[in-house]
Design a protein around this ligand. Structure first.
Ligand SMILES: C[S@@+](CC[C@H](N)C(=O)[O-])C[C@H]1O[C@@H](n2cnc3c(N)ncnc32)[C@H](O)[C@@H]1O
Length: 407
């Protein structure tokens, strides 16, 4: 039998590159926001990066895996004058014996190359669940941090993960790879023994899963609807503002498919972190359009009006029911399942797209800002009355702007 845990690391596939780009952008912003807040509060709280499915650290083609990509980002904070963190800590867990051996070598080498001598790295050999107490202690003792959860398929129990993360209500950002197509495949054979794996993943009894399945089907839903419901149900136990499920595809015969195979699920309460993730996702989707259409579609879509049409429609549809702060609007737009297959990047509500869309709607007298005089300084231009990017930089800024339909 092929050993997936090692075969995976022979080369970095195209979809893995996309995952790594999103991972890098998100971790980078998470650290930079934490560093900035420490600085403004004159604090020195440490930053802890936890990689629960760490892998081998490197692919045989020399591309870096998540732990080594994280080390590259830590390098920015090597100079103690530039960083506020009293320490940067890294905890990696890896179940496969050969992979943990490789990982230990790779991390120790990279630490030397990057001169990260004072980085504290804890290696957890074996499945992360067997190290739950150690991991909980790291989370309890560290306000700032990032957890990366990157299993191949169904080797996760969401409730165990939620219990771990819930050790600290503040603990910052979590990125989880969810193998949606593996889950849908199991649902396609709901009476076969593999159903147990899905029950264990979502902590649901076989009976309840079958009842949910029948209910969704009776309403015309699909296996994807069942999966989305189970994901929402599992994550609802966390008290975080944003849960963004961005679909990514897989690589088939060296090419990216036009399909939604995985969800990369970002859980965060930081607008800035959500924004970086969405910006990178939109960039990857725009790149996809470019490749698939020999640039033609993209060239046609460069006008800002065309570009943000569907996002504008979404905003009007949300605001028509009630007046909302920009923060509430961002929650409604971000807490969704985004499609790789059906998107070209223009509907992704990252900061600049959202600000442009709102300003277009204000220009076209579709919506208004209810209380411009109460908005925080720098959120609205005093000359043009337009919304500025700062309005979506912190929660306080976003809460100070109220939007209403123009009546
Ligand atoms: C997709 S790979 C991780 C890739 C890595 N995050 C990267 O970006 O390079 C999944 C890894 O998780 C490991 N694994 C599977 N179950 C695990 C568990 N319960 N605890 C820790 N590691 C596990 C596998 O051996 C495999 O190396």
């Amino acid at each position: 039998m092929v050993n997936t845990a090692q075969k995976h690391f022979t080369e970095e596939k195209q979809h893995t590159k996309i995952k790594h780009k999103l991972f890098r952008a998100t971790l980078d912003t998470s650290m930079s926001i934490a560093n900035g807040i420490n600085y403004s509060k004159k604090e020195t709280k440490p930053y802890t990066y936890i990689d629960l499915y760490a892998g081998a650290g490197k692919f045989k083609d020399e591309h870096k895996g998540s732990p080594l990509l994280a080390l590259e980002l830590f390098e920015k904070y090597k100079d103690k004058n530039k960083r506020t963190f009293s320490a940067i800590q890294m905890v990696v867990a890896e179940k496969n014996e050969e992979n943990i051996e490789e990982l230990t070598k790779n991390i120790n080498n990279e630490k030397q190359v990057l001169l990260l001598d004072d980085l504290l790295c804890t290696f957890c050999s074996g499945s992360w669940e067997t190290h739950a107490e150690t991991l909980k202690n790291y989370i309890k003792s560290s306000q700032w941090g990032f957890v990366f959860v990157d299993p191949f398929s169904l080797e996760l129990n969401f409730d165990n993960l939620m219990e771990l993360i819930n050790q600290s209500p503040y603990y910052k950002d979590i990125l989880i790879l969810i193998n949606k197509s593996a889950q849908e495949r199991v649902l396609g054979k709901i009476n076969e023994p593999d159903i147990n794996k899905l029950c264990n993943y979502f902590n649901i009894s076989e009976n309840n899963l079958k009842r949910l399945f029948d209910f969704v089907k009776s309403k015309g839903g699909s296996n994807e609807t069942v999966v989305q419901h189970l994901i929402k149900r599992s994550i609802s136990k966390l008290d975080k503002d944003y849960v963004i499920n961005a679909a990514i595809t897989r690589t088939r015969n060296g090419k990216l498919e036009d399909s939604n195979r995985f969800y990369l699920c970002l859980i965060t309460s930081a607008i800035g972190v959500a924004n970086s993730f969405l910006e990178k996702y939109a960039e990857e989707l725009e790149d996809k359009t470019l490749k698939n259409n020999n640039m033609q579609l993209n060239l046609l879509k460069t006008s800002p009006i065309t570009k943000y049409v569907s996002l504008e429609e979404q905003i009007v549809n949300i605001i028509k029911h009630e007046n909302l702060t920009l923060f509430e609007l961002s929650k409604k737009l971000y807490n969704v399942f985004l499609s790789w297959k059906d998107s070209d990047g223009t509907e992704i509500p990252h900061r600049q797209a959202l600000i442009t869309a709102i300003n277009n709607l204000i220009n076209n007298t579709k919506i208004i800002i209810l209380n411009p005089e109460k908005a925080k300084k720098g959120c609205i231009s005093s000359k043009t009355n337009k919304l500025l990017s700062k309005a979506l930089t912190t929660k306080e800024d976003a809460k100070s702007v109220i939007l209403s339909l123009y009546r």
